[in-house]
Design a protein around this ligand. Structure first.
Ligand SMILES: *Cc1c(COP(=O)(O)O)cnc(C)c1O
Length: 357
């Protein structure tokens, strides 16, 4: 039996979208591939609200995150972390020999724009990374306010991880001045995992050209140049065309729904889950910055999260335990991509039934 997924990625993929993955192959260097990649790029620019260049990578989201911090840091990176995925960006920097410092908020807290200002004012940094939606704790950072701060430092390349929020929340890339904005397919976009998508500003591209040792497979200069060359939207290596078929199709569905409707649907599902969590448990994270794409519930009843999920599995649902050390202290319910209100209500009802609430 397929379990309906309420985990923060991978998400359930609609059957008609999945079917597109089975389309026959085409040459990745031919006109059809160019048209496909151009079509994706133009639709993606709408989702990202940007005029920047869209690049795809046949990696999960982490691939282009690593590319961003490795290729665009000339001096030193300031990593603002509020959880596991922010921490990952720091690990990527150190693993690649990129000088970096990590500024870590406590689990459940957001990045403080004032701290960003203090750190950038030292003049030590020429790139910063921020997590828009930290999936390990269910916080949506105040990126609009952080962007106001970053604007004061024109030499700083602004990188934002929107892996678990792009397509599910309003993220105006150009308005916020994001240079490198990264997402992947298996979260709010509602596709199988395997493709990373980013918007890259001309500034980020210019910076990368000054950085030695950018690697090869994820070298953003290579990728950017190839995408732009002769307006052909090609890639240096063979991309996952199957993902592209599905993505192109799914983007039509997303734009048909309307971005604003889609963001609102996520916000409405979040409201319902939060109200439920307050009633039966408590919310784990700072109430001012709760995520619209997943909710982290504090396990105030001391239930066994593992047993709960097992019982839910027998009823055809799957939620997520807490991340890392929070495994049994919290549980996470995702409400993202194509999930509908009735799905969310059904999983909440199932939890009530299992726990006898
Ligand atoms: C899932 C996730 C990632 C990692 O993305 P992959 O596609 O699994 O590489 C990074 N950041 C956030 C916020 C995520 O939720």
């Amino acid at each position: 039996m397929h379990k309906k997924l309420f985990i923060p990625g991978p998400v359930d993929v609609r059957p008609d979208v999945l079917e597109k993955m089975a389309a026959p192959m085409i040459s990745h260097r031919g006109k059809a591939a160019t048209n496909l990649q151009k079509s994706i790029s133009e639709k993606m620019q709408k989702v990202f609200q940007t005029k920047n260049t869209i690049v795809l990578s046949t990696t999960s989201g982490s691939g282009l995150m690593e590319s961003a911090i490795r290729c665009c840091t000339a001096k030193r990176a300031a990593v603002f972390s509020i959880g596991a995925f922010g921490d990952r960006w720091y690990k990527m920097a150190t693993a690649n020999g990129v000088p970096a410092d990590k500024f870590r908020a406590e689990d459940g807290q957001a990045t403080d724009p004032k701290q960003v200002d203090e750190v950038l004012a030292t003049g030590k940094y020429d790139l910063i990374t921020v997590t828009h939606n930290e999936t390990s704790v269910g916080i949506m950072n105040p990126v609009a306010e952080i962007a106001e701060v970053v604007r004061k430092y024109p030499d700083v390349i602004f990188c934002v991880d929107t892996v678990s929020s792009m397509g599910g929340a309003d993220i105006p890339v150009d308005k916020w001045g994001i240079d490198f904005c990264i997402t992947s397919t298996q979260k709010c976009l509602g596709l199988p995992p395997g493709l990373s998508i980013a918007s890259v500003s001309e500034r980020a591209f210019q910076r990368a050209q000054t950085v030695p040792n950018r690697g090869l497979y994820l070298d953003i200069v290579e990728i950017y140049n190839k995408v732009k060359k002769d307006d052909k939207y090609q890639y240096p290596s063979t991309p996952s065309l199957s993902h592209m078929f599905a993505l192109d199709y799914q983007l039509d569905r997303i734009l048909e729904e309307g971005l604003e409707n889609r963001w609102n649907r996520h916000a409405e599902m979040a409201e319902v889950v939060r109200a439920w969590a307050r009633k039966h448990f408590a919310l784990f994270s700072d109430e001012r910055y709760l995520s619209n794409t997943l909710t982290t519930v504090k396990n105030t009843r001391g239930i066994s999260v593992a047993d709960l999920n097992k019982a839910l599995g027998e009823r055809g649902f799957e939620i997520s335990n807490g991340y890392g050390d929070l495994k049994e202290k919290t549980f996470r319910i995702a409400h993202m991509a194509d999930a509908q209100m009735e799905d969310v209500k059904a999983v909440l009802a199932a939890i009530e039934e299992v726990l006898g609430l």
